[in-house]
Design a protein around this ligand. Structure first.
Ligand code: ZN
Length: 160
């Protein structure tokens, strides 16, 4: 079966930046699963997946506009530290979670003060060209339940 609309794809990946440094990997754990066509993964990765089958190995190199978008220098703000979720001491350069009305989201710390912090709310990977080394583990038909939820279930997918 080929990856496409209404399929669930399970895959291993290693994400690297332009310098080739590893940012994230699924290897050593369970493969990740996503529902194709449901905005579960970034657009460029989904495009690269289309038509692939189990056993396929490839590298997808994605410019920012196909990944997490361009970095917007306007998206900086000062917030009370109590709105941030982090462990240990807050430091510049750290990626932490910001509590928002739409749930927690990753932000980067520009400057940490005693009661407030200057943060950059761009996605930490915005503005970067990313490359994904991908190995497709399985492609299967999505279940009716997965299609109605808009995400994959089971190993590597959404756990309820
Ligand atoms: Zn679900």
């Amino acid at each position: 079966m080929q990856a496409g609309p209404d399929t669930v794809v399970r895959f291993h990946y290693t994400l690297r930046d332009e310098a080739g440094d590893e940012l994230e990997t699924s290897r050593g754990g369970d493969p990740t699963a996503y529902l194709h066509g449901a905005n579960n993964v970034i657009p460029g990765l989904e495009e690269a997946m289309a038509g692939k089958t189990a056993g396929d190995v490839f590298t997808a190199t994605l410019p920012p506009e196909k990944a997490y978008g361009e970095r917007d220098p306007q998206r900086q703000q000062r917030v009370p530290i109590k709105h941030l979720i982090f462990k240990g001491k807050l430091r510049a350069g750290q990626v932490v979670q910001l509590n928002t009305s739409e749930g927690a989201r990753a932000v980067s710390v520009i400057k940490a003060g005693r009661h407030s912090a200057d943060i950059d709310t761009n996605h930490p990977l915005a503005g970067k060209t990313l490359s994904f080394d991908v190995e497709i583990v399985e492609v299967r038909a999505a279940t009716t339940e997965e299609l109605s939820h808009g995400h994959a279930h089971g190993s590597g997918g959404h756990q309820h």
